[in-house]
Design a protein. Structure first.
Length: 300
């Protein structure tokens, strides 16, 4: 009743409720009923800037790209590149972007934080308020989650804790992975020597020693690093820390056109590009994933 939308219980990790959720999304979209729209209150400062952006969008004849004016205004204030590029193609796009820049400065001056963080914090506040109003059962697990959120996403503690975790992951991936790498290299070398000693010279011997064993051995030697890295990534995703880390780093990475999750592959690139490139699979956006993959080799 509060959100005026159907609520579908889901468990993302197990995939429970996902089909029902998609069915509800499709049915609401196909019905064309706009009464389900929920207006998130962003506070006096942000709402004032949103109002100015919506007014300018309407007065300058923008089509709003087939999306609600309020949504386009918010995305412009957040610095969304796709919306910016679409607006820039309009005749009065420069005027609107100039107005947007003034509003961003206004938000930063009054709230002492960048607009992206201000909007994100307001949304989290709305979600937390909705949960307090509707959640009937309070568990110790939820209390612990709230405390962890307060610590891990803290303005001052969030980044240092994230860097400590990255250091542990980096050290484990390359220092612990070095031991099994040596064993694998030794096994590959022994297998090559065994064939080299016991087979007569010829194309088949060269194929087995230099092609099959040498080729596969050159790749499989990175398996320990990849396994350790993926274990850490799986832990981060299952525990929810990946989303929190992305939230912490998103502001910094957004300045260079990357997702917050791009930071981990870039750091891993200092050690070895193979596990670093493979770790980009955690980035949902294809464009951000491709950009990160192309930047990783330059890190080392």
């Amino acid at each position: 009743e509060m959100l005026n939308v159907p609520i579908v219980p889901t468990v993302g990790k197990k995939g429970l409720g996902i089909p029902e959720l998609l069915e509800n999304v499709i049915s609401i979209y196909e019905s064309g009923n706009n009464s389900h729209n929920v207006k998130v209150p962003y506070g006096r400062v942000l709402e004032k800037s949103i109002g100015f952006m919506c007014r300018d969008l309407l007065s300058n004849g923008f089509s709003t790209l087939g999306m609600p004016k309020r949504y386009v205004g918010i995305k412009l204030l957040e610095g969304d590149k796709e919306v910016e590029n679409a607006i820039r193609e309009h005749d009065k796009g420069k005027e609107l972007l100039a107005r947007r820049n003034k509003e961003r400065e206004y938000i930063e001056r009054l709230l002492k934080e960048d607009p992206e963080s201000a909007f994100t914090n307001a949304r989290y506040g709305f979600i937390a308020g909705a949960l307090k109003e509707t959640l009937s059962e309070k568990t110790k697990f939820e209390d612990k989650t709230t405390v962890l959120d307060a610590v891990l996403t803290n303005k001052y503690l969030g980044l240092p804790l994230f860097f400590v975790f990255l250091w542990i992951m980096f050290e484990a991936t390359f220092r612990l992975g070095a031991y099994p790498m040596e064993w694998i290299e030794w096994i590959v070398a022994q297998a090559g020597n065994l064939i080299r000693v016991n087979m007569t010279e010829g194309p088949l011997k060269d194929l087995l020693v230099d092609g099959v064993i040498g080729g596969v051995g050159g790749v499989i030697v990175f398996l320990p690093n990849i396994v350790i890295l993926y274990a850490f990534i799986a832990f981060m995703e299952d525990s929810g820390y990946m989303a929190r880390a992305a939230f912490i780093m998103d502001k910094l990475m957004h300045n260079i056109g990357l997702h917050g999750k791009s930071f981990i592959p870039l750091i891993m690139g200092f050690g070895c590009n193979v596990p670093a490139v493979m770790s980009t699979r955690t980035i949902e956006s294809r464009s951000s994933r491709m950009i990160t993959m192309l930047i990783v080799p330059f890190m080392s």
